[in-house]
Ligand binder design. Structure first.
Ligand SMILES: Nc1ncnc2c1ncn2[C@@H]1O[C@H](COP(=O)(O)OP(=O)(O)OP(=O)(O)O)[C@@H](O)[C@H]1O
Ligand SMILES: [Mg+2]
Length: 243
């Protein structure tokens, strides 16, 4: 059974076919990797799964129900969280203020309207502590390192307690210590039952963390399997070497 599924998705931007009858599925409780050369359609797939792009044809399903072309807000409320390839934080606010704004954002309203401000603060601190940023809570978010900004964005997503989290290049541009830390946080949440779909170019990270890896090339899936199977697959090597 799959928790989140894209069936036969096609999507063009003008003359560019970003996705071509592409199907992927994420089983509950797993950490699934989504890899492929630049421009193979990974971010487009994320955008379609989370309502940020409309599809030309195909279907997106979550918990056996169609969510095709739902709004980002609706997708989010159903329990699908995501981060972006480039972080979306507010640089002139403190880390804590960023958490506050994230909690107040439209998408979250209703989800957390029950929160008292003290509860909200406690929860925000708990999450900042979980991602290792609690001691930096009063710093301006703009003064954080790129890796710390990514951790802050990760904390945003956790506010809503999503069932599945889509991470777009979480380890890109951050130092090895931070990459290991992030992998540990993802594993910890996964052991608590959170499912992950992770786009990442850092192969050590993907191979060490993921239960299953899906490989895309030119808008379609070209391979899928255990990390070891995928890394030994000649078609996968060719896709990377060819581009
Ligand atoms: N909004 C858009 N308008 C026009 N073309 C787009 C748009 N979004 C994506 N594309 C094109 O669709 C293709 C797939 O892009 P996408 O960003 O999904 O790739 P990706 O696998 O995430 O690549 P990367 O690893 O570099 O992030 C590319 O050719 C890209 O130029
Ligand atoms: Mg991308």
């Amino acid at each position: 059974m799959s928790l989140l599924e894209a069936q036969n998705i096609s999507k063009s931007f003008g003359g560019i076919r970003a996705l071509d009858a592409c199907s992927i599925s994420v089983e509950p409780g797993t950490i699934t990797g989504l890899i492929g050369p630049n421009g193979s359609g990974k971010t487009t797939m994320f955008n379609i799964m989370t309502g940020y792009e409309q599809i030309d044809s195909g279907q997106v399903r979550f918990r056996e129900r169609t969510i095709t072309n739902s709004s980002p807000k609706k997708v989010f409320r159903l329990g699908i969280g995501r981060t972006f390839q480039l972080t979306r934080i507010f640089p002139r606010m403190t880390v804590m203020e960023n958490m506050h704004v994230a909690a107040q954002r439209n998408d979250f309203k209703g989800l957390i309207s029950r929160w008292s401000s003290t509860h909200e603060q406690t929860r925000a601190l708990e999450l900042l502590n979980f991602v290792g940023l609690a001691e930096l809570k009063d710093l301006l978010a703009g003064s954080l390192s790129f890796g710390q900004k990514k951790l802050l964005e990760f904390a945003f997503v956790l506010i809503a307690d999503p069932q599945v989290i889509l991470l777009d290049e979480p380890a890109g541009g951050i130092n090895p210590t931070m990459v290991n830390y992030l992998a540990d946080r993802i594993s910890t949440l996964n052991k608590r039952g959170v499912t992950f779909l992770v786009v990442e170019h850092n192969m050590e990270f993907v191979m060490g963390l993921c239960h299953k890896v899906i490989v895309m090339h030119r808008g379609t899936k070209i391979a899928e399997g255990l990390p070891s199977e995928v890394s030994d697959n000649p078609a996968v090597l060719e896709a990377y070497l060819g581009d």
